[in-house]
Design a protein around this ligand. Structure first.
Ligand code: ADP
Ligand code: MG
Length: 212
């Protein structure tokens, strides 16, 4: 049975994940690849309900960090079972907008729950599934905030629950992402998100091309 390619995009908010995923999907499809795109939290019917609770629903306002963490894992386990594993076993390319590394960064480093504890929860939720390639779009907290504000102004939206966390929280999670990348250099590709959209796209495209 052919095995597909599992690609994830990670990093602080507004690093350009969605922008680059759209470009990569187009490139792969032009090259006759079967692409499945998904996002976290969400990507399944149950997962999208969980996403709303985590991001915007008033019911989520007083949620403790432990509940938040487990909801991310609940969404992830459903996504792996229902979408990601079946697509990979059919030989497809799966691109996920965030995955298990985000929980290590946001809850492990950001909330201080610890990398090891979150790693165990991730393994439980994913059955140990790891991405083949993880693009880390690295952006400074200051530049990220600027882009979030611009994007919210353009879309007439407001910051979601995690975007509204303090600067120190965002510093911790950015540093956490970089530490994770340093610990797994064979999986992570760190990209400076300050480059132009075209420059970053070319870097990502070349890297994926080599793995196809
Ligand atoms: N390389 C880039 N340089 C400048 N602005 C960018 C770049 N990539 C994306 N943007 C803009 O920054 C904002 C955040 O990008 P987005 O792709 O939504 O990031 P993410 O999905 O990581 O949150 C958007 O308004 C987007 O148009
Ligand atoms: Mg996005």
């Amino acid at each position: 049975m052919s095995k597909g390619l599992f690609i994830t995009f990670e990093g602080p908010e507004a690093g350009g994940k969605s922008t680059q995923i759209a470009l990569l999907k187009e490139f792969l499809e032009e090259n006759s690849k079967d692409v499945v795109m998904t996002r976290e939290p969400g990507g399944t019917a149950a997962g999208e309900v969980i996403r709303n609770l985590l991001q915007h629903d008033k019911a989520g306002e007083n949620m403790v960090g432990e509940a938040e963490t487990l909801l991310f894992e609940a969404s992830r386990s459903q996504l792996v079972a229902e979408v990601i594993r079946p697509a990979l076993s059919e030989g497809k390319v799966v691109i996920s907008d965030r995955f298990a590394d985000s929980t290590v960064a946001y809850q492990g480093y950001g909330r201080g729950f610890g990398v090891e504890a979150i790693g165990q929860l991730n393994d439980f939720a994913t059955g140990g599934l790891k991405p083949d390639i993880t693009f880390l779009l690295d952006i400074s907290v200051e530049d990220g905030f600027k882009r979030i504000d611009d994007r919210n102004a353009a879309n007439n939206t407001s910051k979601d629950r995690l975007e509204s966390e303090a600067v120190e929280f965002h510093e911790r999670l950015r540093d956490g992402f970089l530490e994770m990348a340093a610990n797994e250099p064979e999986r992570f590709v760190v990209i400076d998100a300050k480059g132009t959209i075209e420059e970053i796209y070319e870097e990502i495209r070349d890297c994926v091309n080599m793995r196809l």
